[in-house]
Design a protein around this ligand. Sequence first.
Ligand code: GLN
Length: 491
Amino acid sequence: MELTNLNITELKKGYKENKFTPLDVVEAYLTRIKEIDNRVNSYLYVDEKGVLEIAKKMTGHGYPEAAAEKSQPLWGIPFSAKDLYLTRGLPTTAASKILENFVAPYESTVTKRLIDAGAILLGKTNLDEFAMGSSTESSAFKITHNPWDLDRVPGGSSGGSAASVAAGLAPFSLGTDTGGSIRQPASLCGVFGFKPTYGRVSRYGIMAMASSLDQAGPISSNARDSAAVLNVIAGRDARDATSSSKEVPDYTQFLGLDIKGLKIGLVKEFFAEGLDENVKKRIEEAIGLLEKAGAEFQEISIPKAKYGLSIYYILMMAEVSSNLARYDGVRYGFCKRDANLIEQYKKTRGQALGAEAKRRIMLGSYVLSAGYKDAYYNLAQKARTALRAEFEKVFSKVDILLGPVSPTPAFKIGEKMNDPVQMYLSDIYTVPINPAGLPAASVPCGFVERDGSKLPVSFQLIAPHFREDLIFQVAGNYEKLNPDSISKPNL
Ligand code: GLN
């Protein structure tokens, strides 16, 4: 039995039946990371010494029979986390030179909840610098390769996280999603990615990109694993005032519910120009399967979805320009000393921030500037409210929405790096969801051929606020109808 092939449910079963120990599992992962990750480059840092110590201790204490289901539901389950999560005592860089030697002084709420639940943090994964990008190529440190075709990008910004799960280098990972950064890389790597409702999961201890849009969530090989992780990380946190105190149900219970009579809306605007014909075919096949299982489809329209990209790129950049002001070299991180403070700021930020971060800080400052605030920022805020209202309206007609995640499968490394607008366009179906604050997931649904490579495709499910249950219900049914949709590349 290959331990690194097992999902969370299988690992839990094996521990319970004493088939293997956390030390066996952690050692298997460390070995595989050494063998494979020099080709994939998903990790920025692996805490080899730390995890061996924890795994030995757990193995010594033995399976905690009574606690395993209640307080330690993820006992002995390894995971990786995007290097945007603060992890106490471990390097935490946001893939930026400005934080190259930064060690986090405290723990994010999400990683703390997972560790308290018995999960073991293997290491930190690569991302686009400060989560800005769709390909992980803007990382200051390394390029992550798509495990299905090493010449292609894994998507972004949580590209290292998605690649680590697809390559069997972690059973699950943590990403963040401001405009698609969980869903798009999950789709390009053929794994399940889940962005909860804004406020469902605490943002405390996660470096802020755009605070009104950021949300943390899991990436895993199947929907059940993400539900099990969400059970642990969701819920009110006094340290994040935007986190919701709504009760957290057991999300795994919804996977088995049938979908007879469930009304699924197909957003007309999401099946428009620019959507790759073969990607569209896979999604139509998925629709066919769900229809056979009793779901009722209808076309609906969200006319303002076409403004989604503009709304997102204005508001996100405005918030980025403000959030990144803290990286000034004075408080922490890289510093280029100068007797003149302004010069010091200029040199520090000039030398240690990458091109994409600078572009967004400048554009964000521009849309907030005195003469342009009404024309850009304030208008985008109004449009955001209108877009959100349109989504709310369609949810009075249908239960859930289905559409594409990404207009194309994984593109080649380097293909879009010199054309930021092309790069931004790859987020066209994911970014409208964040200004509306809705939960959404990326569900693998087959493959397309491209230049002799087999590349994964996913469909996206979008639910009303706090109706994560509906997403798990539909995804759980789909995985049963098409078990081949869950597969791993040969590496
Ligand atoms: N790709 C989008 C961007 O570049 C989304 C990023 C994200 O969700 N963090 O902004």
